[in-house]
Design a protein around this ligand. Structure first.
Ligand code: NDP
Length: 458
């Protein structure tokens, strides 16, 4: 049993991730577990007074509606230290302040994270130290492997949490519950019965001032390489014996190792596009290339779609299309499982003959099963009916669920090192084809469904 975490050391505590996502998640977590003793140490280059740091924490906790007791308890002990975490002496000072077993959360730019890891290799880490890292995890397979090698010199793999907030506990458990706690889905969950799977994450939002990061990442790396492949892995993995970290992460790893771009051809199996000026929900959005900080020469896509194949007995022949984009007509976050058509419809029945479709919506987590049923009136006529259900919200924000795993020393929701490398291996042919201009960069007006020549996902 891993020692429980008594100090959360946030490196980069003055940054956006810490104040907007991490601290609110912590506030929620402490509200849910008021008896959990935890000290928070924030560190960053910015000089913050104690009062300024307290105000930052308080404001973040307020956004998550953290209880007054949780706020007071944390504020009584939290400290902020101005430090350059790439300097060994300063890192050592920070670690010396950590009582008990620390979790070190790298809320830092990726380059600084790598340097901070080198520094940690030079200092003595307390027994049981847990490391938590945000995406992007490298920029390709080789850099992810190099970062893994750095991390594995510091602590064992089970103490490394590569955070993917798409893998919040409720989403993973919702998918697992639906698939494995019902007799009717799992027997059909294969290429005999499923025609295709689409995982769509469309946003209305544009760049939102994130050019510094996004203009070098694009939709493929920002969403598909990381989050959507993880969702696909949970959706398509073999039934694990348990949802413990080892079983769950083994099952995901096996699935991802069997995944590649469909037909081995990025040119045929991927599409990319960038939004031009348009109107989203009655708000004008400038063209992506006119956003501040964007370099048009980067040819960054704001909409990416890639079809993968999973070469296993269960999935061979089933296309898995993953799509994500910005500046689109509607927010759409769903997994669409389209079943094969029935082998024979008895003569006489007519009307709707579309295949059965199961839709699993993400945030809010809901599902609908679209069936053809005999409607009122003509008993031979089929009508489309949708059966809906709500999974119900989790108790915590997604980051809170991930943070809980970090503080409990349970890595089941975090991305294992080999899987992080695998996800880069899977998209590498697409990145190469796009860089070599083998796939045209199409254009769509912001506020539309995407380029007019693209077939929409049903
Ligand atoms: P920011 O640039 O807002 O914050 C980075 C923080 O790191 C700042 O507090 C900065 O301090 C600090 N920092 C930089 N260099 C050093 C150093 N040498 N020593 C100590 N502190 C340092 O970035 P974000 O918060 O947006 O992102 C942090 C990480 O989280 C990145 O890896 C990002 O990819 C990832 N992420 C962010 C998301 C978001 O929504 N923001 C979402 C998902 C992942 P100073 O300003 O003083 O330099």
């Amino acid at each position: 049993m891993a020692p429980s975490i008594s100090t959360l050391l946030v490196l980069g505590a003055s940054g956006d991730l810490a104040s907007r996502l991490l601290l609110p998640a912590l506030g929620q977590l402490l509200t849910l577990h008021p008896d959990r003793p935890l000290r928070l140490i924030g560190a960053g280059r910015e000089k913050l007074t104690h009062a300024q740091w307290q105000a930052t924490v308080k404001k973040s906790f307020t956004t998550a509606e953290a209880s007054a007791a949780a706020v007071d308890q944390l504020l009584a002990t939290t400290v902020y230290r101005t430090a350059d975490v790439t300097a060994p002496a300063e890192m050592e000072r920070l670690l010396a302040e950590c009582a008990g077993t620390p979790a070190i959360y790298f809320a830092l730019p990726p380059v600084v994270t790598a340097l901070a890891c080198d520094v940690l290799a030079e200092v003595a880490l307390p027994e049981g130290t847990v490391l938590a890292l945000e995406k992007p995890f490298g920029v390709d397979e080789a850099s992810a492997r190099a970062l893994n090698a750095r991390l594995q010199k510091l602590v064992p793999e089970d103490q490394i949490h590569r955070v993917d907030h798409f893998l919040g506990r409720s989403t993973v458990l919702n998918l697992a519950g639906l698939r494995f706690a019902n007799r009717i889905f799992e027997p059909l969950w294969n290429n005999n019965h499923i025609e295709r799977v689409d995982i769509v994450y469309d946003e209305q939002l544009g760049l939102e001032g994130r050019a510094g990061y996004y203009d070098h990442a694009g939709a493929l790396v920002d969403m598909i390489q990381s989050h959507l492949l993880q969702v696909m892995a949970i959706l398509a993995m073999e039934p694990p014996s348990s949802l413990g970290a080892a079983d769950l992460r083994d099952a995901k790893g096996i699935l991802l190792r069997a995944t590649r771009v469909r037909g081995g051809s990025a040119a045929r199996s991927s599409r990319r596009a960038r939004y031009a000026a348009g109107t989203v929900d009655s708000h004008a959005l400038p063209a992506y290339v006119d956003e501040s900080g964007v370099d048009p020469e980067n040819d960054t896509e704001t909409l990416a779609e890639v079809t993968f194949e999973i070469n296993t007995w269960r999935w061979t022949g089933v296309p898995f299309t993953l799509r994500s984009g910005k500046g689109l007509e509607a927010r759409r976050r769903e997994i669409v499982i389209t079943f094969r058509a029935v082998p024979h419809l008895p003569t006489g029945l007519h009307g709707h003959e579309a295949p059965t479709v199961l839709r699993i919506f993400l945030a809010p987590d809901e599902m609908s099963l679209e069936l053809n049923l005999n409607g009122p009136g003509d008993p031979y006529e089929l009508e489309r009916v949708s059966l809906g259900a709500t999974f119900g919200p989790g108790q915590l924000l997604a980051h809170g669920e991930v943070l809980e795993g970090i503080l409990d020393g349970d890595p089941s929701l975090s991305v294992r090192g080999d899987t992080a490398e695998e996800c880069w291996r899977i998209v590498a042919p697409v990145l190469a084809a796009w860089r070599a201009d083998k796939v045209p960069l199409d254009e769509y007006a912001a506020g539309t469904q995407g380029p007019s020549n693209w077939t929409p996902i049903a």
